[in-house]
Ligand binder design. Structure first.
Ligand code: HGY
Ligand code: MN
Ligand code: MN
Length: 406
């Protein structure tokens, strides 16, 4: 049995046009924006067209279920359809639409699995507008209360609860959600490993640890022309020096340590004013828990040293902090076996990116399937995965889900 490749490709193309980025195959659908709503509405229509029972929960997670021959805990798949502002066509969307494609393939073949099959899209996986990332799936598994999630204020000053209500996805289904029998997520790798190795299917063994911190540095705004360098208290200098230190630390620690300063906001952000305040974010990740902690400690010490020397003050706030996660060995082995049964090359690897699967792993046996990313690009509208790879990834998902559901 095989999925219908063109039907999958058509849905991916159609969804990517919502919040589409002109001249690219990518999209911008930040969580709980109008574009996110439009994408949600479209996918809910496809779910309803497949005759699935669709539920919306209190954080806007949407789960569509196809009944099995027995009323048991479902085997679940899914991912997210919210994107970063420079999102690609496949990040998250592939996992949701491949899940729908698997269900449509089974229905067309008149095959009913023993367990129900569920396909979900989780709210705000990206965390780019409202931190943390994987917010919806974290609430789904009881790792964050609905109230705390609703009270979260985003980078544009609005709250999750108000935006969720505004777009009409403040659902009635309670959180934490129904615990699946197992969860398997198909996702693009978003890195260069599979393509460089010439491998078709990534057998994902886990997800690396994630540390997001917001730093607000306060100095003294002053005249750019009249203020001698010796008397400046410039938060912009401290922010820039810290960003350099983050890069130097990642170089010193070596792969897989990564460090990113993705967001820096100056105030008043004017050419002739020594800034009063700078807000920046630091994203640190590592597969090893102790090393990630050491990296956080080193960055914190460097910030204190720079601030003291420059005579500025600072405050830090954790935006996200997730320990490394290992997936279920049996399901990891099943993914590998099913890929090899189809004659596909495989490689075991950790995930560099965060995923909803790392949250579902807290409540049920979970694993992931990766397909290669062209040139390792993602969170970039030029993100691309070869259609043949999309097809075989969805076929492996079909086989793994059927095996778990029967
Ligand atoms: O940040 C991440 O790893 C994911 O894209 N949310
Ligand atoms: Mn993703
Ligand atoms: Mn992403």
């Amino acid at each position: 049995m095989r999925i219908d490749r063109d039907r999958l490709l058509d849905r991916l193309a159609t969804l990517s046009q919502i919040g589409g980025l002109a001249g690219t195959t990518g999209s911008s659908r930040l969580a709980f924006t109008d574009a996110d709503k439009a994408g949600r509405d479209l996918v809910c229509t496809w779910m309803a067209d497949l005759g699935l029972e669709v539920t919306i929960d209190a954080i806007g997670n949407v789960v569509a279920t196809r009944a099995g021959t027995e009323d048991l805990a479902p085997v679940m798949t899914g991912s997210h359809i919210d994107t970063v502002a420079t999102g690609g066509r496949y990040d998250g969307n592939l996992g949701v639409l491949a899940g729908l494609e698997v269900i449509e393939t089974l229905s067309s073949a008149g095959v009913r699995t023993r367990r129900p099959l569920a396909v979900g899209y989780f709210s705000n996986e990206e965390g780019a507008r409202f931190a943390p990332d994987m917010m919806g799936s974290l609430v789904y598994v009881g790792g964050l209360s609905v109230e705390e999630a609703h009270d979260t204020i985003g980078i544009d000053g609005l709250s999750v609860g108000s935006e969720l209500e505004r777009i009409g996805y403040l659902g009635a289904t309670p959180c934490p959600g129904l615990v699946p029998h197992a969860f398997v997520e198909l996702h693009i790798e978003q890195g260069p490993v599979l393509e460089e190795a010439g491998v078709r299917i990534g057998v994902v063994e886990g997800v690396q640890g994630i540390s997001w911190t917001e730093v607000i540095i306060r100095g003294q705004s002053n005249h750019a022309g009249t203020t001698p360098m010796r008397s400046r208290r410039d938060p912009g200098y401290v922010a820039s020096a810290l960003a350099v230190s983050v890069r130097e630390l990642a170089t010193e620690f070596g792969h897989p340590q990564v460090g990113t300063v993705g967001r820096v906001e100056y105030s008043p952000n004017l050419v002739n004013v020594v800034p009063a305040r700078v807000t920046m974010t630091i994203d640190l990740r590592h597969t090893d828990a102790a090393t990630l902690q050491l990296a956080e400690h080193r960055v914190g010490a460097r910030l204190a040293e720079l601030a003291d020397a420059e005579g500025v003050t600072f405050e830090t706030r954790s935006l996200a902090r997730f320990e490394p996660v290992l997936f279920d060995r049996d399901i990891v082995d099943l993914v590998e076996a099913k890929a090899r049964l189809r004659g596909l090359s495989t490689l075991r690897l950790p995930s560099g990116a965060g995923h909803d699967a790392q949250m579902l792993a807290r409540v049920c046996p979970t694993a992931m399937i990766f397909t290669p990313s062209h040139r390792g690009l993602s969170h970039n509208p030029a993100e691309h995965t070869d259609p043949d790879d999309l097809e075989v990834g969805a076929n492996v998902l079909l086989d793994v889900l059927r095996s778990l559901a029967d």
